[in-house]
Every structure is written in C-alpha cells, then in structure tokens.
Design a protein around this ligand. Structure first.
Ligand SMILES: Nc1ncnc2c1ncn2[C@@H]1O[C@H](COP(=O)(O)OP(=O)(O)OP(=O)(O)O)[C@@H](O)[C@H]1O
Ligand SMILES: O=c1[nH]c(=O)c2[nH+]cn([C@@H]3O[C@H](COP(=O)(O)O)[C@@H](O)[C@H]3O)c2[nH]1
Ligand SMILES: NC(=O)CC[C@H](N)C(=O)O
Ligand SMILES: [Mg+2]
Length: 534
C-alpha cells in the first residue's frame, strides 16, 4: 500500500536517518496537514511528482563533511525556487543547507545534547518580533555546527551559549533550525512548526483521516483486482480488526480471515476472541490451532531475535496452508495477505522505509515485518502501515468497529513468547504467566484503570529466589508486572499505581500460583527499556 497522498498541501519530509523523522510527519498530521516521508536518496523526478508545498530535511546521524554522507539531488534548490517550495532544515538538514549553498560546517568545540534555551536575536519570519520573543527551552542533539552562513542567510536565534539555533533566508524561502521542534521536550516546538507551515509557508490544513480511509479502500481495490481472494491475519487486536474491516469494505466476501491459536495466547484468549468476532464483528473467521507447530519449533530456543524469526515464519506457514485449503474451495489460491502492520512495527523492525540506505538500528524484529521469512510468496496488503496506534483507533471509529476491539490493550503477535524470558516451553511457564497476567489485568479492570493504561501484562522471570510459604522454604520463580502509559508505543512511561493496589495484586498472585514466590514491578520508561522484555 502506498503512503497517503490525500488532499490539501503536501509537506514532504526527506529522511536523513534521524530517530525522530517519524515524529516530524506525525506532528504535521496533528496539524491536519498531509505529510509524506521519503528516503534522502529520492530523485528530483519522484519529489516533483508529489508537488510538495514544503520540503523538510530531517536530522540524521551523519556529518555533512563525512565521505558519502547523504545529500540532496542535484538541482534541488533550483527546483524549490522555481516552484515556490519552502524548505526547512532540521539539525543535519541545517548543516546540509549551509554546506550545499556555500557556507561552512565544522565539528563544534562544544557539542549540544539535550536541554538548551534559545533566544531570538533579530526580527524574523520564523519567530516574529525579537523584542517580544520569550526565551524558550528546546532539545538539541548535535556535534557539528555552522560556522559560516551562505550568502543571503542570517542567524535569527541563538542558544544561550551563543551557538546558532535558527537561520533563514526569507527571500529564498529557506529556513533551518539547529534544534528538534518535533520532540515534546522542545516546549514550543509544535507552535513553531505550526507558525512556519501555516503562516510562513502558507500551507493549507485539509488533511483528514476520512480521506485516508477513502483512499486506502480505493488502493486495496486497485491492488487486489476484481477476481482475487485475500487471506487476512486477524488476531482480534486493534490493528488487524481495523485492517480487516477496511479491506472488507473494499473487496467484500473475497476476504478470508484466519485467527491463529499459536499456543502463546493469553488465558482463554482463543475462545474469547472467536466469541467477540461472532457477536460484535460479523466477519467470517476461521480459527486454526497451530499450538504444536509453534511450540515444537520454539522448544529450547532462548535468543529473543531467534524466537521472533521462528514465530514470523510459523505464522506464514499457517497462512500458506490455509490458502492451500481455500484453493480447494474456491478453485483459486489467494495470493494476498492482509496484516494490521503499523508504522512503529516497521520503524523498530528494520531500516524505516523513509531512511534510504538507512542508518537506524533494528530494535526488535516484529514478527509481521522483520520476522517474515525471506521466501514468503504472499503479496502484502497493509493499509495501516503509515499510521500510529491512536490514528488507527480513530480510523476504526470511522469504520464503526466496536469499542470492544478498539479499546483493547495491544497484544504482540509473538504473545507470551516474548514475556517468558528464555525457553517458552520451560516447566509450567506458559500456564503460570497466563494466570499471573489474568489476575493483574482483571485487577486493573476492577480498579477502573484499564482505559487509562496503554498496556499491562505479566512477565515470567526464570530466576529462582528463596521464599517462605506456610513455614516452608520455597525456591521458586518470579513474576514481573509491567504497566505503561503511551500515545503510540514509540515512547512510554511506567504507570504509577498506588502501593495498596500493587500489594493486593502481589498477594493475589503469590496466593494463587504455586510456582511463584516473588512479584516485582517494572519502573522503567521507554527509552531506555522497551515495552516488552524481549
Ligand atoms: N494470533 C494471530 N492470528 C492471526 N494473525 C495475527 C495473530 N497475531 C498477530 N497477527 C497478525 O500480526 C499483525 C501484528 O500484530 P499486532 O499485535 O501488532 O497487531 P494486532 O494484534 O492486530 O493489534 P494489537 O497491536 O492491538 O494487538 C496483526 O495485525 C495480524 O495481522
Ligand atoms: O505484533 C507485534 N509483533 C511483535 O513482534 C511485537 N513486538 C512488540 N510489539 C508491541 O509493540 C509495542 C512496542 O513494544 P516494544 O517497545 O517492546 O517494541 C508494544 O505494544 C508491544 O506489545 C509487537 N507487536
Ligand atoms: N541530530 C542531528 O541531525 C545530528 C547531525 C550531526 N550528526 C551532528 O551530530 O551534528
Ligand atoms: Mg496483537
């Protein structure tokens, strides 16, 4: 599926490999402006096809004076000038503008990482009247600095240490910030982006999720054609339920949904999910029990990335087998596979699609992206691939997907395999963690906290510690509880329960599960941790 090009002005973000590129596109969409991200190596011909109103050059890990560092296509600034495209550079983007237009960038004597305060030093388009500019806290992350500006540019803001914070050449429509306005720690970053896009660049804010919906339905119709049948990997989670409903709108009953019970599901999950599919969703769904296949392939495997790859491949094997069965019924084998893949799955799994030859790290291989087997035959249909969770929930509401699906906490496809550290098949681990998880999440529901918490679950720790239970010495395993708040799963904070709640859950778990004599609560944010433990 293509990225959305729905209506209004288009702001193109060229990705030079920054950790924050996705945040730039997201912030722009929050302003109801259509934003598209393309890799830094994109040709001028491809760029001009989008007819962008503004091009933003992201930050990135490179230095502009490094051999082979990513750059802009020849003729970019002439194109921008001719078509009245405004340009905004951010960090590396600033360095690139300065270098390509004849200024000079050097390694800074004093690098700037983290919190800085900036002040306006002259009246400007970016910040207006310098006299009335309130100093503001911004977030910096750079080791290089511009030491000489190209002709026509001036410094319009500096950090309190006197370094360049923003430059502009308003006659040429080129602007650049040394800091990151897209991160929330830059306290007035959103305001600066809004002012730049709407007031300075004159962008029109007409982007709506409804347009994305209409457009994706058309794209699915066009990609699949009138006679093809499609398999849909449906977990009962938010993403695949919204994806299935959207694709069903496009191709109707040529959609064949399959829920895989992989033996890694939560307490009574299969039963419950199949029940809600029937009562609330009204889509035909087949349940395949593949427990033996998943667990036998996972036996003895302890490395998290290996587990993820095995699971990704096992899912595809089930879908292949399902499509062979369908061929017998339909006389035609489905060649398309719908998955509820989201943007964060893609970003964390592999070099983001917008990062060219990418310099970003693989954090973990999500089973539905980085965990897919290299020889997979299916053509993927992933209409949500450019969206974040909160956007998908809104899209689901437009499709009238019931709240019983939309409000569920996310549950990862590899399921309990990434919540049992080490070998999934060890001892009673699966059974133990199912019970602990059920007790924890039920307690959260009973306390009326479910909707306030983004995700909550229990983790099995294969660590034996000493306890005393009924006057007897025990040497048993421990359980960790994790509950987080988040907007999109990319960053998260731990949820601050009151201590009575935690004490109650801890004693319920130890009193009901024989194998457990210790419960700990995870108080780490993301970063530095991730949400799941593996
Ligand atoms: N048990 C399963 N059976 C069939 N498909 C699955 C299963 N688990 C995951 N998938 C597929 O993998 C995709 C990614 O899983 P993921 O958990 O990120 O999404 P989800 O389950 O749809 O939503 P949520 O993130 O809310 O749990 C799903 O959208 C779905 O296509
Ligand atoms: O379907 C999925 N397949 C995966 O392989 C996977 N790994 C993590 N997650 C979910 O993604 C969100 C962010 O989790 P992490 O901070 O652990 O990467 C959290 O919501 C996780 O539950 C996955 N979902
Ligand atoms: N955040 C960035 O874009 C950093 C740019 C460059 N790598 C530097 O350190 O100066
Ligand atoms: Mg899920």
């Amino acid at each position: 599926m293509e990225q959305s090009t729905a209506r209004g002005s288009v702001v193109l973000v060229l990705d030079f490999g920054s950790q924050y590129t996705h945040l730039i596109t997201r912030r722009i969409r929050q302003l109801s402006i259509c934003s598209i991200c393309l890799p830094a190596g994109t040709s001028l011909a491809e760029i001009s096809k989008l007819n962008p109103h503004v091009v933003i050059l992201s930050g990135g890990p490179h230095s502009v004076h490094e051999e082979g560092s990513p750059t802009l296509p020849d003729g970019f600034f002439e194109y921008a000038q001719e078509h009245k495209v405004s340009v905004l550079g951010i960090c590396y983007g600033l360095h690139l503008i300065v270098k390509l237009l004849g200024g000079e960038v050097k390694q800074a004597e004093r690098q700037e990482y983290g919190r800085m305060e900036i002040t306006a030093v002259k009246n400007s388009e970016l910040f207006g009247d310098a006299q009335s500019f309130p100093n503001q806290v911004v977030w910096m992350s750079h080791g290089d600095e511009a030491v000489q500006l190209p002709r026509g540019f001036s410094v319009v803001a500096t950090s309190l240490q006197g370094n360049i914070a923003a430059i502009e050449n308003s006659a040429a429509g080129i602007y650049a910030l040394q800091y990151h306005p897209e991160v929330t720690h830059s306290l007035r970053g959103m305001e600066t982006l809004r002012h730049f896009l709407l007031e300075v660049a004159g962008v029109t804010a007409e982007w709506k999720l409804q347009d994305v919906l209409t457009e994706q339905i058309e794209l699915v119709k066009a990609a699949v054609g009138p006679d093809e049948h499609v398999v849909c990997a449906l977990s009962g989670g938010v993403d695949s339920t919204v994806a299935a409903t959207l694709v069903h709108r496009a191709i109707g009953d040529r959609l064949h949904c399959v829920f895989v019970d992989n033996g890694l599901c939560r307490y009574k999950e299969g039963e419950r999910v199949m029940g809600t599919f029937k009562s609330d969703l009204h889509l035909p769904v087949t349940c395949v029990d593949a427990t033996d296949m998943f667990l036998s392939r996972l036996k003895g495997v302890v490395d998290p990335e290996k587990k993820r790859k095995i699971i990704g491949a096992a899912f595809i094997a089930v879908f292949e087998e399902f499509s062979v069965q369908l061929e017998k019924e339909l006389g035609k084998k489905p060649t398309f596979l719908v998955q509820g893949t989201l943007y964060p799955d893609v970003i964390e799994s592999c070099p983001p699609p917008g990062s060219g030859k990418s310099h970003s790290h693989t954090i973990k291989s999500h089973h539905n992206v980085g965990g897919l087997p290299a020889d997979m035959q299916f053509k993927l249909v992933e209409p949500l691939k450019w969206l974040f969770k909160d956007e998908v929930r809104k899209l689901g509401a437009l499709l009238e997907v019931p709240d019983s699906f939309l409000k569920r906490h996310p549950f990862p496809g590899p399921g309990l395999a990434v919540r049992i550290l080490g070998d999934v098949t060890q001892g009673n681990a699966l059974e133990t963690i199912r019970l602990a998880d059920e007790i924890f999440v039920n307690s959260i529901r009973e306390a009326g906290l479910y909707d306030e918490i983004w995700q909550a679950f229990a983790v099995y720790l294969p660590v034996k510690t000493v306890g005393v239970q009924g006057d007897k010495r025990t040497h048993s395993n421990a359980v960790a509880l994790r509950a987080i708040t988040s907007e999109d799963g990319m960053t998260a904070d731990w949820y601050h329960f009151d201590s009575k709640f935690l004490a109650d859950v801890s004693s319920k778990i130890c009193n009901s599960i024989r194998d457990i004599n210790r419960v700990v609560y995870d108080i780490t944010s993301k970063p530095p941790s991730t949400v799941e433990w593996e």
